[in-house]
Design a protein around this ligand. Structure first.
Ligand code: SF4
Length: 644
């Protein structure tokens, strides 16, 4: 096998904070071929290094950051950093994906992955400048917001430095604290609390080395075709570059009053419409090498602050789901969450759940003494956000995050908790998009998630397809979700795993249905194999690429098996009032039929949901089977360990 050296592939920094020791390693060419990079590298590292059922906030946990094989190259949207850990929110695999410049800068410094272990005695940050890597004191930085942290590090090391790190929420072990990249690009699932538990404030990187493809002519030709596609595709430009995900406010039915009413475009209150948000927009910004610039930059006249990347998710979670419609207040909350370093979806959903539980008498007035849980109280919510970031008063309970928060108040509270494997998702009837949407939340390896299989893209793009896209779908062999929802979901999971492992934004695979020439010109896995071959100099076939995505997904499933995940945790939750109806019972039956078919087609045992030995050996990872086959792991019930 040819080696991938010279293209900054597979170079790993292992940082032991307990011993203050840094080791540089190289992944073997076989590992690059098997796990590609990015998410694939991280998921393998976590499976290999983390045993079952440890406290995610203990020094035994591992924090992995990886750039992806094609990050930093001329291919557009190769900007993503994958951040993985045992999640303090869910107690299973927790990974997040952030944009910005860090991923490319890390590659320019000569590394693809950073693995952090142990715990420093005092606050530290890591500074990387090409071959120089140092662990430095961060006592001056401790307590700073994410924005202040970036400013401090830029003052110290120069404006070109790129920063991944945490704000006060991570330091205070808020279970849904994020890793923030370059101020405003966030990675979810609570990784920020793991940085905090390790006394690690930030990693700052400057890279000056170039990246040269093995076959520049072929690689740059394909990269140019990709850019040309974005430049001439009016639909993509109109949606991403002008409206961004605010488009979802009139398309994706944002929920009102803790998931009680899905709002159609006609029902959307003034303040929550895309044009209301546009009034605060003063510019656009983008991640490294992105021609789309999907992120708005907004100005808040009341505080004089600038923020960026208000998304559909932050508007529904902090706004409509809490019955708040004041545009500027919602943007202010979103900016606060970014500065404290908290995931807006879990933050907003946990506050909305608290309001509902109080309304139903499950939380007493005594439980919520001193705070306002009135629906629509924006000022009260601003106080709650600050209390959560600093774990003050009732905020200490909210900081536990959604299901862990509900668990504090018993079974009655858990009945209103619509999660999959500890991660909030809202609720949707199973027949929505023929069952595929709910199924994709149930099968996601990081708990409920709309970006693990991009199942909603079928529904959205169904209405928007043009002839070019239909041709692409046929050539790509894409299963028809109406006839084969399970096949369509597995296809989507493979495409998302691929994007996360290459370091490509999943905006580029709105994708395998809509946006990317690699789909319609070259079927997606074949096109990617051609790109990987041109870049790495190693021969990749279409089958190699598909096998790699399956290997990554099954390694993640096996990691979760070690954390106590059983078949029953692929369930679907409805509000108690709806769950009692015949309609809901029929939907639950349909859901389990789909889960069985999914497990069968993924090569898992249908009774236990464990990946089968024969499947793992077929992918040359029999060692994964050795660790789970015939073993019983204590049943999962959220993360181990207590903070609140
Ligand atoms: S589409 Fe948006 S999130 Fe994706 S790379 Fe471009 S600017 Fe970043």
């Amino acid at each position: 096998m040819s080696t991938p050296s010279g293209r900054n592939i597979g170079n790993i920094l292992v940082i032991d904070l307990t011993r203050e020791k840094i080791v540089k390693r190289e992944a073997s060419p076989e590992t690059v071929k098997q796990y590609l990079g990015g998410r694939g590298f991280n998921s393998k590292a976590l499976f290999d290094m983390i045993p079952g059922r440890i406290d995610p906030l203990s020094p035994e946990n591992v924090l992995a950051l990886a750039s992806g094989t094609l990050a930093g190259t001329a291919l557009p949207m190769t900007s993503r950093l994958h951040i993985s850990t045992l999640s303090p929110l869910s107690g299973i695999l927790g990974d997040g994906n952030a944009g910005g410049e860090f991923s490319a800068m890390l590659k320019f410094a000569g590394y693809e992955q950073i693995i952090v272990t142990g715990r420093a005695e005092k606050p530290k940050y890591v500074f990387i400048e090409d071959d120089e890597v140092e662990i430095r004191d961060a006592e001056e930085l401790w307590g700073l917001t994410t924005g202040e942290t970036v400013d401090w590090l830029r003052d110290e090391h120069g404006d070109e430095v790129s920063v991944a790190g945490i704000g006060p929420a991570g330091e205070n072990l808020v279970r849904f604290a994020t890793t923030m990249v370059d101020k405003y690009h966030s990675g979810a699932r609570g990784s920020g609390a793991v940085w905090g538990s390790k006394n690690l404030k930030a990693i700052a990187v400057i890279g000056t080395k170039g990246i040269e493809p093995a076959d520049p002519e072929r690689f740059y030709k394909m990269a140019k075709e990709d850019i040309d596609y974005f430049n001439r595709n009016d639909f993509v430009r109109r949606i991403y570059s002008v409206i961004g995900t605010h488009y979802g406010l009139i398309q994706w039915y944002p929920s009102w009053k803790y998931f009680q009413v899905p709002l159609s475009a006609e029902e959307l209150p003034i303040g929550l419409r895309p044009q209301d948000l546009a009034e605060y927009e003063v510019g656009r910004t983008q991640c490294f090498s992105c021609p789309l610039a999907c992120k708005d930059v907004y100005y808040l006249p009341s505080t004089g602050e600038y923020g960026t990347a208000s998304e559909f998710e932050s508007i529904y979670a902090l706004g409509s789901n809490n019955c708040i419609t004041d545009t500027e207040e919602i943007l202010r909350m979103e900016h606060m969450a970014d500065e404290y370093g908290m995931d807006v979806m879990t933050l907003g959903d946990t506050i909305a759940l608290a309001r509902l539980l109080h309304e139903r008498g499950i939380l007493s007035d005594e439980d919520v003494k001193g705070v306002s849980l009135e629906w629509g109280d924006a000022e009260g919510q601003i106080q709650l956000i600050e209390m959560t970031a600093y774990r003050k008063g009732f905020g200490n309970k909210l900081a536990e995050g959604y299901r862990n928060f509900a668990k504090l108040y018993g079974e009655e509270a858990l009945a209103y908790c619509y999660d999959v494997k500890g991660v909030n998702r809202g609720w949707y009837e199973v027949n929505f998009i023929k069952g595929i949407f709910t199924l994709s939340h149930a099968t996601s390896t990081r708990g409920a998630d709309h970006l693990r299989g991009r199942s909603w893209a079928y529904w959205e793009n169904d209405k928007l397809m043009d002839i070019e896209v239909v041709r692409g779908m046929l050539e790509a062999g894409l299963p028809d979700y109406r006839k084969d929802p399970v096949g369509a979901l597995i296809y989507g999971e493979r495409a998302c795993t691929l994007a996360d492992s290459l370091g490509r934004c999943k905006g580029s695979i709105n994708s395998w249905l809509q946006a990317v020439p690699l789909v319609w010109k070259y079927p997606v896995f074949k096109g990617t194999a051609m790109l990987l071959t041109a870049f790495t100099g190693m021969e990749f076939t279409e089958k190699d690429v598909i096998d790699a995505t399956d290997r990554i997904y099954l390694t993640e499933m096996a990691f979760n098996v070690k954390q106590g995940i059983k078949k029953k945790h692929y369930d679907v939750k409805f509000p108690p009032e709806f769950a009692a109806t015949e309609r809901a019972k029929a939907q639950v039956r349909r859901h389990w039929e789909l889960v069985d078919e999914y497990l069968e087609r993924r090569g898992c045992d249908v009774e236990t949901a464990y990946p089968k030995r024969e499947t793992l050996e077929g992918l040359d990872i029999g060692y994964v089977a050795d660790q789970i086959e015939g073993k019983e792991f204590p049943e999962w019930d959220g993360p181990v360990g207590e903070v609140a």
